[in-house]
Write a protein that binds this ligand. Structure first.
Ligand code: BLA
Length: 517
């Protein structure tokens, strides 16, 4: 039925590849590893001839002053006394033979005991005046802050990054709790196909990549079709291991990912991390269909936008949680009010709060069983099926809350109503022989995704498995017979609901006892 993972694709081998020890760089700059404090060159990328007119062998074990003027060396040495982690200088290098000089941005950071200097050609003409940069950033921050709701925030974020960078496509890629991902917003050229709403399996951005992207905010691949450049080591080099390039901007990108991009027709790419409490929340993923170099200054602006948006996302989450808490409180207050005709009364409260009850737990439908009285909200399984299901959950667990995102695995009958109840969350209270139950239902995940294009579209070439469309097919396999997972905060909300219901039930039973006496 579904496209299967090709046997030749060993996903686990990519999961383990240490991408920060690639030992190679992208060819759009030069990398030097230096020993402090003398600034001796311990390692150097093999492409120095092209940029400096000097072969890499003749730079090894030399002092950096063979490349830079004493004034520049002093500038670097002074900056290294400062506390920050990255140092940036505009550097001028004179080609000895051609007698011309060229400019570079020299970006320095320390990595496991060595100082790494990366040099990117930098045209003085191209440097955007500082004021203009500030305005780009200011506008983006203003628009992001003024987003009216969270989906507007995602869309604005994609639009702002695209306005600033002019990529053909900018997407907001959000990780789910299981690290599969979904494109939740997109701004693109009008004539290319959309990826909005497509889901991808977790290995599309493997674990080690996600870990790395939590440490640095941005990567760029100006030219996907590049030939990686090796790094030359001096014989006296301190360590045998490859350099740790975790924070290097030139780090060569995993060949698997490059193939993926090539299969998508992408020739230039960039991605910016969105981080929430040390967890990679998502990525701003940018594609271009021809090679695309983005100036360092613009990349920095994008990085700051990513950092700002990350804070906004946390704020939004807080606000959402507060909103839910208020709704629970509201239902709670209604339950505590006027305790007369018990069952009808509780039933009415829930009917009146139908929408909140569903939104509270992002459920599509729900059922409330008060003694024998059954109230169905939304598109639920049939009355008979629901009653049997409640009975089953009661026998299943001795706990107050029962939830699963793959009901049919535990309760085979559920495969008849996967489109309504593939995942359930149930709370129950049994008190003095009276019972109260609420069950929330979620349909099978595949049925809720927003299909971009025709999901049943034939996949013509089996060899090209590394493309978003095929990833989407793979993702569908991983979520077959599964609903969206219940998240920790949703379980908390359900627990809250149960507590409120419990309190109301207790009051009722006391009232009943008093009346009997
Ligand atoms: C990295 N995978 C990435 C990155 C993205 C994606 C955005 C970040 C690198 C970057 O900036 O470009 C995934 N990009 C997507 C997805 C879409 C997109 C899903 O545009 C959808 C529209 N990737 C695979 C498979 C493997 C794989 C099958 O699809 C290997 C089994 C590996 N992806 C992979 C690796 C990296 C990666 C190893 C890290 C690249 C690096 O930083 O070196």
């Amino acid at each position: 039925k579904y496209f299967r993972i090709p046997e030749t694709l060993d996903v686990s081998s990519y999961e383990q590849q240490p991408i920060h020890l690639a030992g190679q760089i992208q060819p759009y700059g030069v990398l030097l590893a230096l020993q402090e404090p003398e600034l001796t060159i311990l390692q150097v990328s093999k492409n120095t001839n092209q940029f400096f007119g000097i072969p890499p062998e003749s730079l090894l074990e030399q002092n950096l002053n063979c490349l830079l003027s004493p004034a520049q060396i002093q500038l670097i040495a002074d900056s290294l006394q400062e506390k920050q982690t990255v140092f940036v200088h505009l550097l001028e290098i004179t080609h000895k033979h051609l007698e011309i000089s060229s400019f570079f941005l020299g970006i320095l950071h320390r990595s496991h005991g060595v100082l790494i200097l990366e040099m990117e050609p930098h045209s003085l003409m191209k440097t955007i005046p500082l004021l203009e940069d500030t305005h780009l950033l200011e506008r983006a921050v203003f628009n992001i802050r003024n987003a009216s709701h969270v989906s507007d925030l995602y869309q604005t974020l994609a639009q702002e990054v695209r306005k600033i960078t002019q990529f053909d496509r900018v997407m907001i890629y959000k990780f789910e709790p299981d690290y599969s991902g979904v494109v939740i917003a997109e701004d693109k050229q009008s004539d290319i196909e959309t990826y909005l709403g497509l889901h991808y399996p977790a290995f599309d951005v493997p674990n080690q990549a996600r870990e790395l992207y939590c440490k640095n905010w941005l990567r760029v691949i100006p030219e996907v079709n590049y030939q990686p450049v090796d790094i030359l080591k001096s014989n006296h080099s301190l360590a045998d291991e490859p350099l740790n390039l975790s924070n290097s901007i030139l780090r060569s990108i995993s060949s698997c990912h490059r193939e993926y991009l090539r299969n998508m027709g992408v020739a230039g790419s960039m991605s910016i991390s969105l981080i929430n409490e040390n967890r990679l929340w998502g990525l701003i993923a940018c594609h271009h269909y021809s090679p695309k170099y983005i100036d360092y200054e613009i990349r920095k602006i994008c990085e700051v936008i990513g950092q700002f948006a990350s804070i906004e996302l946390v704020n939004y989450r807080e606000r959402t949680l507060n909103f839910y808490r208020q709704q629970v409180k509201c239902i709670q207050q209604q339950l505590n009010h006027n305790l007369t005709n018990e069952l009808d009364y509780i039933g009415n409260i829930f009917k009146r709060n139908e929408t909140s009850l569903l939104n509270l737990l992002r459920a599509n439908s729900a059922a409330i069983l008060l003694q024998q009285q059954l109230i169905l909200i939304g598109n639920t399984p049939s009355e008979q099926d629901t009653r049997e299901l409640v009975e089953w959950t009661l026998n299943q667990n001795q706990q107050d809350i029962f939830y699963t995102d793959s009901l049919s695995q535990l309760y085979p009958k559920a495969s008849n109503f996967q489109d309504k109840a593939c995942g359930i969350l149930a709370i129950s209270i049994v008190l003095h022989e009276r019972s109260y139950h609420i069950i929330w239902f979620r349909p099978e995940q595949v049925q809720t995704v927003n299909w971009a294009g025709n999901p049943h579209e034939a996949i013509s070439d089996d060899k090209q498995y590394l493309t978003p469309r095929k990833s989407f097919e793979l993702w569908k396999q991983t979520v077959e017979n599964k609903s969206l997972p219940w998240q920790a905060f949703e379980i908390e909300v359900a627990q809250e609901m149960r507590n409120s219901l419990m309190l109301a039930a207790l009051e009722f039973s006391q009232l009943a006892l008093q009346q009997a006496a």
